[in-house]
Design a protein around this ligand. Structure first.
Ligand code: C2E
Ligand code: MG
Ligand code: MG
Ligand code: MG
Length: 281
């Protein structure tokens, strides 16, 4: 009986794999037209200042309003866009989507910055700066209101171009944040050498805080090291009160996660309460 069970389990996995590949192929063939038709929109996740509970930033997170599949999350289509070379077009579109909301978003909640995720291959492409400058020429105020989120992958892929682009952004008054910190090399070398303003502690890391004491030590060390370089720290994926208390105790600057707010539509964002009461220290 056991063997039969294993057999069908294996078949099930294989079938699941085939279905996933079929879905990928299908989405891949639809993506190009979806970009042309602009089937995309942004959700915004509030980022809270842990010193006073105020929403100070928001991260723009792209969604695809698929004609018959409903709303798709980036895990379904970003890697497809990267593999097919469509990421430069999709990336430009995501900057435009933020640009269109910037006045409304900034005015409503006294936000300091909106953060925009840029894929490594788009960031390293020549079109990135061209696209950004083109959009900024239409929305000139935008440069002081955005933070560009990149991952350290850009430095591993092409240190020279990545460095040049980071410096150029900094000179334009755009702040830079290093996303998913704690998952890769987490090298402080880049942080020391480049004008990086913020690091984001990855949610997988935050999830471990409740489980694994060694992660707590590493997290507090990362926060201290970042502060010694005058870099701010945002914790991603905060889901529990104990994670929040740990982060407050270790002087983490900002946090986002479902404990506070899930990513919100623009309308919900405009209606949210802009100050959270935090547990007393
Ligand atoms: P990320 O930049 O690390 O974004 C954080 C992800 O964590 C978001 O997933 C967010 O919805 C999710 N999250 C928020 N709160 C919680 C929580 O409490 N627990 C957990 N476990 N997760 C939480 P999302 O929206 O599905 O985006 C996934 C990734 O897709 C992003 O990861 C980012 O790398 C990428 N992405 C999103 N929007 C864009 C975009 O416009 N352009 C590009 N190139 N990539 C994007
Ligand atoms: Mg991000
Ligand atoms: Mg992240
Ligand atoms: Mg992440």
């Amino acid at each position: 009986k056991g063997e039969k069970h294993m057999g069908s389990g294996f078949q099930f996995c294989e079938q699941e794999h085939i279905n996933k590949n079929m879905e990928r192929t299908e989405l891949s063939s639809e993506l190009c037209e979806a970009i042309t038709e602009n089937e995309f929109f942004m959700h915004f996740q509030p980022i809270i200042d842990l010193s006073n509970g105020e929403v100070t930033f928001a991260e723009a997170l792209i969604r695809w309003k698929h004609t018959n599949k409903g709303v798709l999350l980036p895990e379904k289509f970003i890697s497809i866009a990267e593999d097919s070379g469509l990421i430069t077009r999709l990336g430009k579109l995501s900057i435009e989507l933020v640009a269109k909301q910037i006045d409304r978003m900034m005015a409503a909640k006294r936000l300091q910055k909106l953060t925009i995720n840029i894929s490594p291959s788009h960031f390293l492409s020549q079109s990135f700066m061209e696209d950004l400058k083109e959009i900024l020429s239409v929305y000139p105020k935008m440069s002081s209101f955005i933070t560009i989120e990149i991952t350290e992958v850009v430095f591993l892929l092409n240190m020279e171009v990545a460095k040049k682009t980071v410096i150029e952004l900094h000179d334009m008054g755009i702040t830079i944040s290093l996303d998913d910190f704690g998952t890769g090399y987490s090298s402080f070398k880049y942080l020391q050498q480049l004008p990086i303003d913020v690091i984001k502690l990855d949610c997988s890391f935050i999830a471990e805080l409740d489980i694994d004491p060694s992660h707590r030590n590493i997290a507090s060390t990362i926060i201290e090291l970042a502060h010694s370089l005058e870099i701010k720290v945002i914790a991603e994926g905060v889901e529990t009160n104990s994670q929040l208390v740990f982060l407050q105790d270790h002087h983490c600057d900002f946090a986002q996660g479902s404990y506070f707010f899930k990513p919100l539509s623009v309308i919900d964002f405009l209606h949210m309460q802009r100050c959270i009461s935090l547990p007393a220290k």
